[in-house]
Write a protein that binds this ligand. Structure first.
Ligand code: OGA
Ligand code: MN
Length: 198
């Protein structure tokens, strides 16, 4: 798998990494098609916030999600889950995080949707250790399209704005880094996951 070593090295050094072209365009297109098919089938639901993720508050978080099960994954998703498994093993060998399993969902942001600044580790569940976000959009995403991932490498310093271009993989230590999804003007698709320790 291309890139895994450099992602692991970067994570070891500073705890976050943006890998453009992690997934080749054809594989992104195949995974996007699986995601859109499930969306057309009505399998997505509004993402929740708060304890148990049960309250829908679109002003905090406006995306729709579909939690994924390996057993009913399509071929493109299976391929990516294998790539992420390679990454999990590499991270465990280099960073000793004890990453154990992966929970994942597809996420779809419709025009106008965003996700306010937050950390990914919940107060009531501290197992989420490494966040992975793989964008499934077309490669031609522009700043004017909105939907940028605003990411704070340091909470006191100026954040970075990351384009959600198809094939880009963003990874970071879940408890450490504040981030936000700026309101998107286009449909914005991703596969998002959290490697958890036991
Ligand atoms: C999340 C999240 C960021 C993104 O789902 O927790 O922060 O760029 N997503 O989609
Ligand atoms: Mn998040």
């Amino acid at each position: 798998m291309p890139n895994t070593e450099s992602i692991v090295d970067t994570l070891a050094e500073r705890g976050w990494c943006v890998a453009t072209g992690f997934l080749p365009e054809a594989a992104v297109a195949a995974l996007r098609a699986e995601c859109l098919q499930a969306h057309t089938d009505g399998a997505f639901h509004a993402a929740g916030v708060g304890r148990g993720r049960s309250q829908v508050r679109a002003e905090v978080r406006g995306d729709q999600v579909l939690w994924l099960e390996e057993d009913d994954a399509g071929p493109a998703l299976r391929g990516v889950l294998q790539d992420l498994e390679t990454l999990r093993q590499g991270v465990n060998q280099a960073l000793f995080l004890g990453l154990f399993d992966l929970e994942t969902h597809f996420a779809a942001y419709h025009p106008g949707a965003g996700y306010q600044r937050h950390l990914d580790r919940f107060r009531d569940d501290d197992r989420r250790s490494l966040t992975v976000i793989l964008y499934l959009n077309e490669p031609d995403w522009h700043r004017d399209d909105g939907g940028l991932l605003r990411f704070w490498p340091d909470p006191e310093a100026t954040p970075l704005d990351i384009l959600p271009a198809g094939g880009t993989l963003v990874t970071f230590l879940s408890e450490r880094f504040w981030h936000e999804v700026l309101p998107s003007k286009r449909q914005r698709l991703s596969l998002t996951g959290w490697f958890r320790r036991r």
